[in-house]
Design a protein around this ligand. Structure first.
Ligand SMILES: [Zn+2]
Ligand SMILES: [Zn+2]
Length: 632
């Protein structure tokens, strides 16, 4: 019931947005809010900027794209600034078709979808409101009613630009229904909706170009009514229902544009270039819309390689949309895709997404020719990490080294498909880094567009990603062990302090059996001090410093413990960590763990689950794996 109620509330809100009045009233609205008469390009640009921008890691980010697109800041900034912004200012790019070029699943269609959905919402806001002549099949701008000869002065008065002429249908209606009195022409508010074919259109080239009718683009004769109206040039006998008609004032997506027959492209070019197109037996029909198409690099290259397309080429503006090249952003892409998929109830072990992201980004990077930078360092620099010996300027140089980096490599959807197929095949409830790498590796054999050479390279990247995972896995397990060994830290410190006292001769500790005075264990003390870089020369003053601190504590009646001296604590932890290697090794790889070992394993497993996001399956797998790593 609640759902139906909300649906009806939604309908009410939509109805409340409705507005209808006369052209005279519309003029008043334009006077107060000239933006209602802006061009389609300007509307799109204002929509994008209405969400604001933010500066993240020195990159300008348009919030409009933020929730769906990751790691494409530079490419998006270019599209917005060089295309939308310039087009909104009526610069020449407005007369060109926007062509997004990039690899499969790289974000091109997401961009187009965001623009479409964004426009639908924007036209429902006050800032995005727009109006049309009521009943016009192309929901055209009412200002078209103003005769050409008078436009210059009225444009000045209203602070707007008036472009385009009344469509044949409205022309006829103006004469027949309104007797030419434009003041009385009915005007209504327009809400864009792709479903209802208002302001947003999609046109797709068919696989067989011959089978497509130009009518899908420009509308067609209505043969059932020709007899009634007597002539093919009577607009009532024409259906203005092509995608170009329906997308007027907004945006039309042209899918597979470069595969389309020329005759389609020429219609588009006339539209973008002149703001009109030819349909039926009519004079040119005005339209104001943004045309966006997408393609991949190979298709584009073959298109521009064809002499025949030379004229078209100069009327298209190409914007590269490469793959994301940042590991942290790639992880966000996967999380988003997983959320939307049917595997969102499966547990994904910590590091798994990261491991897959490292692999994918590696396949997209080019090896730098510069000295001292391997591909893994490059990957880290790209992700904004500090890499010793490299500065920010090095990053900029690296990014400039190849102009087409990111145009090939493994696509995000492929990775997600491999995750799900691995899950389904093995009926797993949890997937870890190794499962993923295995699935990715197996998939390389079946991937249709990977050459033998690439395959070799990719296999190498799988081992690189695996090594990265090995390091994180070892670290994670050791950390989990350290904290379950808080006691050990205390014991080790007491042991150290005893020896420091013996060294300074402040206390005589005697062997309980032989009665001999115990010698300070120099090796033990040094093994701890070396962890924080205390040299042979500096050891004496360090030990004295500790003793002074202990007596100061004693005087105040405070207990000197493991946390009372920061550097000593650091040294103890580090030493413990190094020693732990063996404990971890023995504990995790023991085939028949004893009671104490079992207890430790349980403690560590619990910690991994509670504090590090593991489930019991992947926690156990991790322990076993690290055990095997340490035993190598
Ligand atoms: Zn019209
Ligand atoms: Zn798990």
């Amino acid at each position: 019931m609640d759902i139906l109620k909300r649906v009806s509330e939604f309908r009410t809100r939509e109805q409340q947005l409705a507005w209808e009045g006369t052209f005279a009233e519309y003029l008043q609205i334009v006077k107060e809010q000239p933006f209602v008469a802006e061009s389609a390009h300007s509307r799109v640009y204002n929509m994008i900027t209405s969400f604001g921008t933010e500066e993240i890691d020195g990159n300008k980010q348009y919030r409009f794209f933020n929730s769906e697109l990751f790691g494409l800041d530079k490419a998006l900034e270019r599209v917005v600034e060089e295309y939308f912004h310039s087009a909104a200012k009526r610069l020449d790019v407005r007369k060109r078709i926007l062509l997004l070029m990039g690899p499969v699943s790289g974000g091109k269609s997401t961009i187009v979808n965001l623009l479409k959905r964004g426009l639908e919402r924007y036209t429902r806001t006050e800032a995005g409101a727009l109006y049309a002549i009521k009943g016009c099949p192309m929901h055209e701008e009412p200002l078209h009613l103003i005769p050409n000869q008078m436009r210059a002065e009225i444009e000045q008065e209203l602070n707007v630009k008036i472009e385009g002429n009344l469509c044949p249908y409205c022309q006829m209606k103006l004469e027949q229904e309104y007797n030419g009195d434009i003041a009385e022409v009915r005007v209504e508010r327009v809400l864009f909706s792709e479903d209802k074919r208002v302001g947003i259109g999609t046109f797709s080239s068919p696989s067989d170009p011959k089978s497509q009718d130009i009518a899908d683009l420009t509308g067609s004769m209505d043969f059932s009514t020709i007899a009634e109206f007597g002539s093919e040039s009577d607009p009532r006998a024409y259906r203005f229902d092509g995608e170009l008609n329906k997308a007027n004032r907004g945006l039309m997506e042209f899918q597979e544009m470069l595969k389309a027959d020329e005759k389609f492209l020429w219609h588009l070019l006339s539209l973008t270039q002149e703001g009109n197109f030819k349909a039926g037996r009519f004079a040119l029909i005005s339209a104001d819309e943004l045309i966006v198409a997408h393609t991949n690099e190979a298709e584009y290259k073959s298109f521009i390689g064809n002499q025949k397309n030379e004229a078209l080429r100069s009327r298209i503006i190409v914007m590269p949309i490469p793959y994301n090249l940042k590991v942290s952003k790639e992880e966000k892409i996967y999380k988003k895709l997983i959320e939307q998929s049917d595997i969102n109830d499966v547990h994904i072990a910590p590091h798994a997404i990261n491991t897959a992201a490292i692999f994918s980004v590696l396949t997209r990077l080019y090896e730098s020719k510069r000295q001292g930078i391997d591909i893994l360092k490059k990957l880290r620099l790209y992700d904004g990490e500090d890499v010793e010996g490299f500065a920010e300027t090095d990053l900029e140089d690296l990014q400039k080294e190849f102009f087409d980096e990111g145009m090939r490599g493994i696509d995000p959807r492929y990775v997600i498909n491999r995750i799900s197929s691995a899950l389904i095949k093995e009926e797993k409830k949890c997937v870890n880094s190794l499962d993923l790498l295995r699935a990715l590796k197996e998939g390389l054999d079946q991937h249709p567009s990977i050459t033998k050479e690439e395959r070799e390279k990719y296999l190498n990247y799988i081992s690189v990603a695996r090594k990265e995972f090995d390091d994180s896995a070892k670290n994670e397990v050791q950390k989990a062990f350290v904290y379950s060994f808080e006691e050990s830290a205390k014991t080790l410190m007491n042991n150290y302090l005893d020896n420091v006292e013996a060294y300074a001769n402040t206390s005589k500790i005697k062997d309980p059996i032989t009665g001999e005075e115990l010698q300070a264990d120099e090796r033990l003390m040094r093994s701890i001090e070396e962890q924080i870089g205390i040299s042979e020369n500096a050891k004496k003053s360090f030990r004295e410093e500790i003793l002074i601190r202990i007596s100061a504590y004693a005087r105040k009646g405070k207990k000197f413990d493991y946390t009372s001296h920061d550097r000593l604590r650091e040294a103890i932890q580090k030493k413990l960590f190094a020693d732990l290697k063996d404990v971890v090794k023995i504990t995790t790889s023991s085939q028949t763990p004893d009671e104490i070992q079992l207890k430790k394993i349980n403690q560590v497993t619990e910690r991994l689950i509670e504090e590090h996001g593991y489930c019991s399956i992947c926690a156990n797998e991790l322990l076993k794996y690290v055990g095997s790593l340490l035993n190598r």
